[in-house]
Design a protein around this ligand. Sequence first.
Ligand code: LRH
Ligand code: MN
Length: 433
Amino acid sequence: MPTHFEIDDSFISEHNQKTNDWVEEDYEHLSKKLRRQNVDIEDLVAKAQGFRVAIPSWGVGTGGTRFARFPAAGEPRDIYEKLEDCATIFKLVCSTPAVSLHIPWDKPSDAGDLREFARQRGLHFDAMNSNTFQDQPGQKHSYRFGSLTHPERLVREQAIAHNIECIEIGKALGSKAHTVWIGDGGNFPGQQHIRRALERYLESMREIYAALPDDWRVFIEHKFYEPAFYSTVINDWGTSYYCARELGSKAFCLVDLGHHAPNVNIEMIVARLIQFGKLAGFHFNDSKYGDDDLDSGSVKPFQLFLIFNELVDAELNQEPYFNPAYMLDQSHNVTDPIESLMMSAAELVRAYVQAHLVDRQELSDAQEKCDPLRALATLKQAFTTDVAPILAVARARAGGAIDPIRTFRESGYRQRKAEERPVRKGTAASGIV
Ligand code: LRH
Ligand code: MN
């Protein structure tokens, strides 16, 4: 049985030793600064350690665009190797114990065996994801003109059956949620009857909803365009919300940050869905133009902070039905996927901790007294506070890396995987491109 290289705990703690001094020093300095604001830094470390985000199985392989994908040496070739990499990320950043699978890309031949393989590495499975935006080899009916909203009942039935199969696989893996994103729509005016298409969507989703176990949730993921370039059936949060209301108490609205037109106020959509009790959670990423699936916090870190500001406000106010599922959904075309996922997970914890630094009393007072500048300044004070020492201490105390990227690079993990994972002819790890 070939050995599979893993970064061991002693390597991580030895590596932390090298950089521990500055962390302690900066931590002490920040602790004093926060004490002046009547903030106990230990509370924030606890918040950081409690934060959890799921890794997309399709994110640990190299992503690409319609123009090209540039495979990297040592990338995972199957779901087991993807889980190895997810376990490495979890070991170094300590906030990613869950993995979100995509079917059929990650369809397990033995769900029980896969579940045990994950458990042995401290991992479990988050929301399942169906795929009716690609045709699989040997598939009876094509999704070229849609899936759950296709004019032909046989195509809709095939798509419904696939979603129910995902739920069955999820039950065997211990998952508790199912995400439905469909690319259904039209490229030309008149191609689809817009109202009839939505009716068909609801008709199909009612059959999928009926297959949900009592303790499961179904997440509706909206997207304003692509792959359809004129009309998209589930194009925005309003349509998603209407459908979630129509389906019932187990249906919620998932917000993928890249699925909105440029400059859309996403934190406001988040506040609405919280207030309406229908926020499913997130596919975190970042974008400059379209659904670019870039690393979270890499383009608009202030927007990410403002989204967490709404989430923390709801958490502190114990809003009803507030139980958001956090997942990353990114495509890593020019970076090592493990490094990007670690950095992105850290960026989410940063935004979450900074949002807990907001002086909510001061903010509320400024809002009620119509003092916009004091309100903005209150948010900016939190956003401009460097909480890096808190994030590093939170990871180190949990056995993780103070500097995950440096520790990962100096471990030689990718080089070792390049030796262990020779490319299998014609079978790139299935994924987006
Ligand atoms: C669609 C999407 C969806 C996934 C896919 C991989 O753009 O965000 O969440 O199914 O990416
Ligand atoms: Mn998504």
